[in-house]
Design a protein around this ligand. Structure first.
Ligand SMILES: [Zn+2]
Length: 247
């Protein structure tokens, strides 16, 4: 791709360090979040950061898995989310046979009950893998940190993310603080986020990111040298999502 090659020439040898890992030389610009989750026509306000070959997700299978996973999780209730499914995820599954087989192997029929326990019948559901979503959201958070604060978290900081679950908020004071922060919105609101970092400890930062109006993730960074409590499986594990009906 000519544009990509031009970008390589313009960045290569200039000593610009990758925004994500903070170590290797950047060879191009990468979108955070990945442009894959914004179906064409691509919005003009997407965010890019310099990235090395290893951290650039544009050509990695993980970005495709992320797109399909997010699309399954946010459903097809709105016009934008339906486009993400039909023009994004479905097209990827048509061309990526390996991913299609993986998704198919995760589809089952589950019994559906009403809140009162009345059996409503069966519904197709797919178990959405957490790992690719976890990896891409952390990369997005690191990229956004660089975008806003002009430096990389790199190895100096560790990052963690959790799916927002109002029923299991363990720090309401922190959450109240975060919800008072200004909202950044790109791609016509398809991605919204809030963020802050501690003035006395810049490696400590907080992020609230919402994908396609539905999937909300809380993320934070800490100094790598600080005590770190493992917070369980990535994104609290794989999750069930209903399979959109095909037209
Ligand atoms: Zn890198």
């Amino acid at each position: 791709m000519a544009v990509k090659n031009q970008m390589r020439e313009s960045l290569a040898g200039k000593g610009i360090v990758c925004a994500i890992c903070g170590e290797k030389d950047a060879v191009g610009m990468d979108h955070v979040p990945p442009k894959a989750i914004f179906p064409p026509p691509r919005p003009s306000d997407l965010i890019t950061v310099p990235a090395c070959d290893d951290c650039n997700g544009a050509s990695s299978p993980t970005d495709e898995e992320f797109k399909v996973g997010i699309s399954l999780l946010v459903g097809v209730e709105t016009e934008g989310n339906r486009r993400l499914w039909t023009e994004g995820a479905l097209r990827t599954l048509e061309s990526n046979r390996g991913l299609l087989r993986d998704i198919q192997s995760r589809i089952v029929d589950v019994d559906v009950h009403s809140q009162r326990g009345i059996y409503l019948g069966q519904e197709r559901a797919v178990l959405v893998a957490a790992a690719p979503i976890h990896e891409v959201v952390i990369r997005t958070m690191r990229g956004l940190y660089h975008h806003h604060y002009g430096e990389s978290l790199g190895k100096r900081a560790r990052c963690a993310i959790q799916r927002m679950n109002p029923g299991r908020v363990n720090d309401p004071v922190l959450l109240d603080f975060i919800f008072r922060l200004p909202v950044f919105s790109i791609a016509g609101g398809a991605f919204k986020y809030r963020h802050a970092r501690a003035t006395e400890e810049p490696l400590v930062s907080f992020w609230l990111m919402q994908f396609h109006g539905a999937e909300t993730v809380f993320g934070y960074s800490k100094r790598a040298s600080d005590p770190w409590e493992p917070d369980g499986p990535p994104m609290a594990g794989d999750r069930w999502s209903s399979v959109p009906a095909s037209d």
